[in-house]
Design a protein around this ligand. Structure first.
Ligand SMILES: O=C(O)c1ccccc1N[C@@H]1O[C@H](COP(=O)(O)O)[C@@H](O)[C@H]1O
Length: 906
C-alpha cells in the first residue's frame, strides 16, 4: 500500500463521487458486481468469511466505484452484509487495498467501468480486463453479457454499465439509474438480452425522482423502483404481484415517468439527501435474489439496504448496511476474516454517513433526543420529586470508585455496554435481560458495565440499570456501573445514583460549560466520577478545562452517526500541552476487534467502551477476554491429542519481532505497524549494537504504552511443576504466554551472544528488558544462568547438514526447569551469530513444527518478499527479522510495514 493509498483511504474516497471539480480524482462509476454461484449455500461457514470480506469491499467500493468484483467463492452477499453490520464494520479502503484483499481471498477483481463525470458530462470509457488484477481507470468493456450490448446507448444517456462475471452469468441484478431515459434504455437492453437467451431473470431498476423538475423537496428524496424479469419481458403481468403487494401495497407510478413495457413498478423508497443532480453513480449488483424472492419480513430490511445503498451512492458516502442478525455459529469465523482484513489494511478509516432518523432527513439526532429527555425529566419529576430522588440516592450503598476501577484493569479496561437498540442500528437485542447480560460481562472481566437507560431510541430503562447492578453483592469487587443516557438535569444524576450507578455519562456536546461543571459537581458530591464524552478537539478542550478526570472520546459523531476511528487519536493529540498523566482517556464506539483495542492503546487510551459487538457476541465473556488479549483470540480449542501441539497462528497472525532497532522513533514505527517485539542488539561486533542508554530510551517509550500484567511476566521455568514435564509441551505453553504478553504491549527483547550471564542480567535489569535472547553458542540450558522468572529465547543455528531430528533432539535434551521459553532458528554462518540476512532451508523448520510439534521462532534471511511464503510453509509462532527490513544497513520504515503486514496475513 503506498502512502498515497493510505491518504486516499483516509479521505474515504469521498472525492471520488460528485466532486469532479478538478480538485480530486475523476468520479468513477460504481460497477460492483456480486455473483451468486450457488443459491442457499450461504449457511456454510466456509463461505462466510469470504462473504464478510467481500461485503467489506462492497461497502468500501460502492461509494467510490471504479471496481468491479466477481466472487470466485460461493457467496451470499446480503447475509455477509448483515454480518458486517453486526460487527459494526464500515470499511473504507483504497482501490489498491480492495484489490489486494480480494486477491488474498481468491476473489477475482475484473475491471472497472467509468461513467459520465457528473460534473463534466464526460462519457464513460468502458473496459474490461480478463485478468482484472490491475486497477484501471479507463478502457473498453468487451462485455459478453446483458445490457452492455446496448451499453453505448445506455451510457450515452448515463445508463447502466453492463457487467458480468467471467463464466458465471448473474441471474439477478440491481441497477441504479439516473433518469427515466436510462430506465427505458436499460429495459431495452434487458429485453434484448432475454431475447438472446441471456441468463438474467430479474432486475431491479431504481431511478431517483423524475428528471422533470421535482414538485417538492420530498419528491426529490425518493428513488423509484421497477422490476424487470425475463418473464416480464414477454408477459408484463408476469409473476410480480406477490412481491409488489407485499412491499408497496399502494404503489402508484410516479408522475413524469413512462413505465416501459415489460416493467413492473414496485414502489418508492426514501433516498435521504439525494443531490439535486440526481444519482450520479450507477451500481450493478446482481446478488439481489434475496430481495427479489423474499416473501417475508426480510424483504423490508432488504429494501432498506437498497435505499441506503442508493442514498450512500447519491451522496458519495460509504454504505451502511441494515440487515438482521447473523447466527452465532459463524460469527467467530467472520471475525477472523475481518481481523485479517483490518490487520492488512491497518490504518483503515472507518467512515459512514447515514440519515439519523425517519423520513430520510438528516437531522441532529442528539438535539432531538436531548429535547425528548428534558420532557421525560419533567414527567419524572412529577412522579418522584427531586427531594425524594435525592433521598433514594442517599439510601444507596456508596458507589465504587469508577476511575480506580479502570486503573485496576490495565492494560486495557473494557466497559461493556448493555444496549437493546440504537438510533443508528435499530434493534440490537430487544429482548435482552440486563441482569443476565451483566453477569456475562462480569464473567469476561469487564471493568465497568454501561447501561443505556434512554427509553425511546435505545429502548433502555432505569430498571435495566437496577437489575444489572443488583446481580452483584456490594463487596466492592464488582464492575462499576455507568448510567449511559443524555443527562441534562441534576435530577438525572440523583436518579442514576438511586438506581445503583457508580458513574454517569456527561456528553459535552449537549451541555453548556456551566451545565457541564454543575453536573460534574453533582456527580462528585455523590461520589461518582463522571465519564465525560467528547467527539471533537473543541469538546476535548472544554472537558479538560472543566477538570474531567475520565474522558471518553466518541468515534461516532452523535449528530449524524458517522464513525471515524481516527477521532480518538486526533482528539487526544489536539490537547494543548498534553493531558495530565492521571487523566483516563477512553475510546467509545466502533470497537470490534483486538486490533481496535491495540490501536486505541497505542493512542493512549486506558479503556474502551464496547456496545454492539458485545451485545451480538455469541459469548460476550469470551469476547471481552479476547478484546483484552487474555485469550489467544479465536484459537481453536485444544484437543486432548494436541496438548503439545504448536499453538496455531491466530487471526492476529504470527508474532513479529523487528530486531536491531536503535531509536525510540523506529521502535514506535514498528509497533504502529504491528510489531509484537522489538529487538535491541547488545551482541558484540554487531553494527546494530545499542548502548544501555539508547536501549533504556527505547524501552521507556514502549513501556509507556501499557504495563505488562505481573502475573504473566514470569517465564516458563518458574512454572515448571515437575522435573518430568514434557519440555515440548512447555515450549507450547511458553509460546502461548508470550503471545498473551505481547497482546498487552509489544515486548522489548535484548539480543546477546556468548556474553557473560551476570553482565547480561545487569543490562536486562538496567534497561529494563522484557525478554533475553541468547543468540550465541550457549547451551540449550543457558537460561539456568538467569533468574527463573526471566523469559529467555535461545537461538539454535542451522547448518546445511543439520536435520530436523538433530534439532528436535537438541532442544528436547534439557531439564524442564532450565529450558528456555522459545527456540529461535537462525542460519549458521561463519563469523556471525545473527543478523546476517542469510536464510537456511525452511523445510527443516516446517518439519520441526509439523512433525515434531515444536513451536518456533523463525529467523535468518527473512525479507518482505519471502516472509508470506515462509510463514505459510513453516507456521512458526513468531518471526524475527533484522537485515530484511533494512536498506543500506539502516532500518527501512516501508519495509517494516510491508514485512509485518505480509507476515500477519500469511
Ligand atoms: O541483528 C544482529 O545484528 C545480531 C547480531 C548478533 C546476533 C543476533 C543478531 N540478530 C538476530 O539475527 C537474526 C536475524 O537476522 P537477519 O534477519 O537474517 O538479519 C534474528 O534472530 C536477530 O534477532
Amino acid at each position: 500500500m503506498s502512502r498515497n493509498d493510505d491518504d486516499e483511504a483516509r479521505t474515504g474516497g469521498r472525492a471520488a463521487l460528485g466532486d469532479g471539480d478538478g480538485g480530486g480524482p475523476s468520479p468513477w462509476v460504481v460497477a460492483l458486481h456480486v455473483q451468486v454461484a450457488a443459491a442457499g449455500a450461504g449457511d456454510s461457514a466456509v463461505s462466510w468469511g469470504a462473504d464478510a470480506l467481500f461485503a467489506a469491499v462492497f461497502a468500501a467500493c460502492a461509494p467510490r466505484g471504479g471496481v468491479k468484483v466477481t466472487t470466485c467463492a460461493t457467496s451470499q452477499c446480503p447475509l455477509a452484509m448483515q454480518l458486517l453490520r453486526q460487527l459494526g464494520m464500515e470499511l473504507n479502503l483504497s482501490a489498491q487495498q480492495c484489490r489486494d484483499a480480494l486477491h488474498l481471498h481468491n476473489f477475482a477483481l475484473e475491471s472497472d467501468a467509468r461513467g459520465p463525470d457528473a460534473a463534466t458530462g464526460d462519457q464513460p470509457a468502458q473496459k474490461r480486463s480478463k485478468t482484472g488484477d490491475q486497477e484501471q481507470h479507463s478502457g473498453t468493456t468487451n462485455n459478453n453479457n446483458n445490457c452492455s450490448s446496448d451499453n453505448s446507448n445506455s451510457s450515452s444517456s448515463g445508463g447502466m454499465q453492463g457487467l458480468s462475471a467471467q463464466g458465471n452469468t448473474p441471474r439477478h441484478r440491481f441497477f441504479a439509474l439516473a433518469t427515466p431515459d436510462q430506465l427505458a434504455s436499460t429495459v431495452r437492453s434487458l429485453d434484448k438480452e432475454a431475447a438472446e437467451g441471456g441468463a438474467v431473470q430479474r432486475a431491479l431498476l431504481g431511478i431517483p425522482s423524475p428528471a422533470t423538475p421535482a414538485t417538492s423537496a420530498q419528491e426529490q428524496q425518493h428513488v423509484h423502483l421497477f422490476e424487470w424479469s425475463s418473464k416480464g419481458a414477454t408477459d408484463p403481468k408476469g409473476t410480480h404481484t406477490a412481491l409488489h403487494t407485499e412491499t408497496a401495497p399502494s404503489a402508484a407510478v410516479p408522475a413524469g415517468i413512462d413505465v416501459p413495457p415489460g416493467l413492473a413498478f414496485v414502489g418508492s423508497l426514501p433516498l435521504g439527501h439525494a443531490p439535486s443532480t440526481g444519482v450520479d453513480a450507477r451500481v450493478a449488483v446482481s446478488n439481489l435474489r434475496h430481495v427479489l424472492t423474499a416473501r417475508n419480513t426480510k424483504a423490508a430490511t432488504a429494501w432498506n439496504t437498497i435505499a441506503r445503498a442508493l442514498e450512500a451512492l447519491a451522496c458519495g458516502a460509504p454504505i451502511r448496511l441494515h440487515l438482521a442478525a447473523p447466527t452465532a455459529a459463524v460469527l467467530g469465523h467472520v471475525e477472523t476474516q475481518l481481523d485479517k482484513l483490518v490487520a492488512y489494511t491497518r490504518r483503515f478509516s472507518v467512515t459512514g454517513k447515514t440519515t439519523a432518523s425517519t423520513g430520510g432527513k438528516k437531522q441532529d439526532i442528539l438535539a432531538v433526543i436531548s429535547q425528548q429527555r428534558l420532557r421525560d425529566v419533567a414527567t419524572s419529576k412529577e412522579e418522584v420529586s427531586l427531594e425524594e430522588m435525592k433521598r433514594r440516592a442517599a439510601s444507596q450503598p456508596p458507589p465504587i470508585d469508577f476511575a480506580a476501577r479502570l486503573r485496576a484493569c490495565q492494560p486495557m479496561a473494557v466497559m461493556a455496554e448493555v444496549k437493546r437498540a440504537s438510533p443508528s442500528r435499530g434493534d440490537i437485542a430487544p429482548d435482552m435481560k440486563a441482569d443476565e447480560q451483566a453477569r456475562r460481562y462480569a464473567r469476561g472481566g469487564a471493568a465497568a458495565i454501561s447501561v443505556l437507560t434512554e427509553p425511546t431510541w435505545f429502548k433502555g430503562t432505569l430498571d435495566d440499570l437496577r437489575a444489572a447492578r443488583n446481580v452483584f453483592h456490594d463487596d466492592g469487587d464488582r464492575p462499576a456501573f455507568l448510567r449511559k443516557d443524555f443527562l441534562l438535569d441534576e435530577y438525572q444524576v440523583y436518579e442514576a445514583r438511586a438506581y445503583g450507578a457508580d458513574t454517569c455519562l456527561l456528553i459535552v456536546a449537549i451541555l453548556s460549560d456551566a451545565q457541564l461543571s454543575s453536573l460534574m459537581a453533582t456527580c462528585r458530591s455523590l461520589g461518582m466520577e463522571p465519564l465525560v464524552e467528547v467527539a471533537t478537539p473543541g469538546e476535548m478542550a472544554r472537558a479538560v478545562a472543566a477538570g474531567a478526570a475520565v474522558i471518553g472520546i466518541n468515534n461516532r459523531n452523535l449528530k449524524d452517526f458517522s464513525v471515524d476511528t481516527n477521532t480518538t487519536a486526533t482528539v487526544i493529540s489536539s490537547v494543548q500541552g498534553g493531558l495530565r498523566a492521571s487523566t483516563i482517556v477512553c475510546a467509545l464506539s466502533g470497537i470490534n476487534t483486538r486490533l481496535d483495542v491495540q490501536r486505541y492503546r497505542a493512542a493512549g487510551c486506558k479503556a474502551v467502551l464496547v456496545g454492539e459487538s458485545l451485545m451480538r457476541a455469541p459469548d460476550p465473556a469470551v469476547k471481552i477476554a479476547q478484546l483484552r488479549g487474555l485469550e489467544p483470540a479465536l484459537a481453536p480449542p485444544p484437543t486432548p491429542a494436541s496438548t503439545t501441539a504448536v499453538p496455531s497462528t491466530t487471526p492476529l497472525g504470527v508474532l513479529v519481532k523487528i530486531c536491531g532497532v536503535k531509536t525510540p522513533a523506529m521502535a514506535m514505527h514498528a509497533i504502529t505497524c504491528g510489531a509484537d517485539m522489538v529487538g535491541l542488539v547488545f551482541a558484540e561486533g554487531s553494527t546494530r549494537k545499542v548502548t544501555v542508554e539508547q536501549a533504556s530510551a527505547i524501552a521507556a517509550a514502549v513501556r509507556k504504552l501499557a504495563d505488562l500484567p505481573p502475573a504473566l511476566t514470569p517465564g516458563i521455568r518458574s512454572r515448571v511443576r515437575a522435573a518430568d514435564e514434557d519440555v515440548f509441551a512447555n515450549y507450547a505453553r511458553a509460546a502461548s504466554r508470550l503471545r498473551m504478553l505481547a497482546a498487552y504491549r509489544p515486548l522489548v527483547v535484548g539480543v546477546f551472544a556468548n556474553q557473560d550471564a551476570a553482565a547480561v542480567a545487569d543490562i536486562a535489569r538496567a534497561v529494563p528488558l522484557d525478554v533475553i535472547q541468547l543468540s550465541g553458542t550457549e547451551g540449550i540450558d543457558a537460561a539456568r544462568a538467569f533468574d527463573s522468572t526471566s523469559i529467555v529465547i535461545k537461538a539454535t543455528h542451522i547448518a546445511p547438514t543439520t536435520t530436523a531430528a538433530d534439532v528436535a533432539q537438541h532442544v528436547r535434551a534439557v531439564e524442564p526447569g532450565v529450558q528456555p521459553d522459545a527456540i529461535l532458528l537462525d542460519t549458521k554462518s561463519k563469523g556471525a551469530l545473527g543478523g546476517t540476512g542469510i536464510a537456511f532451508d525452511h523445510a527443516l523448520a516446517a518439519s520441526l513444527v509439523r512433525e515434531h510439534g515444536l513451536p518456533l521462532m523463525l529467523a535468518g534471511g527473512l525479507t518482505v518478499d519471502n516472509i508470506g511464503e515462509k510463514v505459510a510453509a513453516v507456521r512458526p509462532f513468531a518471526v524475527d527479522v533484522s537485515s530484511g527490513v533494512e536498506t543500506d544497513g539502516r532500518k527501512d520504515r516501508d519495509k517494516i510495514e510491508t514485512f509485518i503486514r505480509a507476515a500477519k496475513l500469511a
